[in-house]
Design a protein around this ligand. Structure first.
Ligand code: ZN
Length: 227
């Protein structure tokens, strides 16, 4: 994972946290970590009173998570939650982001998922990663061929292709989860429970790994040396 720049796509604010340990470790190693989130997360409110505030809350929570993980920039598409589709506008915006960031690896949702936005994100990113490399849509930037494309979740039918050592960063998943205050009901944990568990994991410092799956676009022979 010795990349210069990586781009992690998520359908909702907090999806990217699945690979929190890897992101935090890579950021510490000097990798520029970019996050691109398709929807505004407006349906993620557990209480009716939060309905009008949820988008603003999740925006702030996303920024707080980025500080925990060392993310360089968060790109927001701000599509409505539950309504993400691979329309021309979203597809082109994705190409433009890929061409601007010029990542050496893209991390994406996988195809096996129940959530409609996750499934849509998988398709948009797969197609846009390829199309960004082609000499088309010139107004969207210089073509960029991303060398490696991975799934970080949403793969049900096979074992991961890469286990990335995140020992020393195992607590980052829960530490970033803790910043998503509006989602604590969904996660089933209070702020105090998060804090206790983060402290315990930090103290125990267990060996840990994040899991990644190759997509059809990354042949094994081109695979970089993993630590
Ligand atoms: Zn999601």
């Amino acid at each position: 994972m010795n990349y210069e720049r990586i781009l992690v796509f998520g359908a909702h604010p907090d999806d990217e946290q699945t690979m929190a340990g890897a992101m935090a470790k890579m950021a510490d190693l000097g990798v520029e970590v970019y996050v691109a989130i398709f929807t505004d997360g407006r349906e993620g409110y557990p209480e009716p009173w939060m309905k009008d505030k949820i988008v603003e809350m999740r925006r702030a929570e996303g920024e707080a998570s980025d500080r925990v993980l060392g993310v360089k920039e968060r790109i927001r598409f701000d599509r409505p939650d539950t309504a993400l589709v691979n329309d021309s506008e979203t597809f082109k915006e994705t190409i433009a982001v890929i061409r601007r960031i010029r990542p050496h690896a893209i991390f994406n949702h996988g195809p096996h998922d129940r959530n409609r936005d996750h499934i849509a994100a998988c398709a948009i990113v797969l197609e846009a990663t390829w199309q960004a490399s082609e000499p088309v849509c010139a107004e969207l930037g210089e073509p960029w061929d991303t060398p490696h494309l991975f799934y970080y979740k949403g793969v049900a039918d096979r074992e991961p292709d890469l286990l990335y050592d995140i020992t020393g960063y195992a607590h980052k998943h829960l530490e970033s989860r803790a910043t998503q205050t509006s989602q604590h009901t969904l996660f089933g944990k209070t702020a105090e429970a998060f804090a206790e568990e983060v402290a315990r994991i930090k103290a125990e410092n267990p060996s840990a790994q994040d899991r990644f799956w190759l997509t059809g676009r990354t042949p094994l022979r081109d695979f970089p040396d993993a630590e």
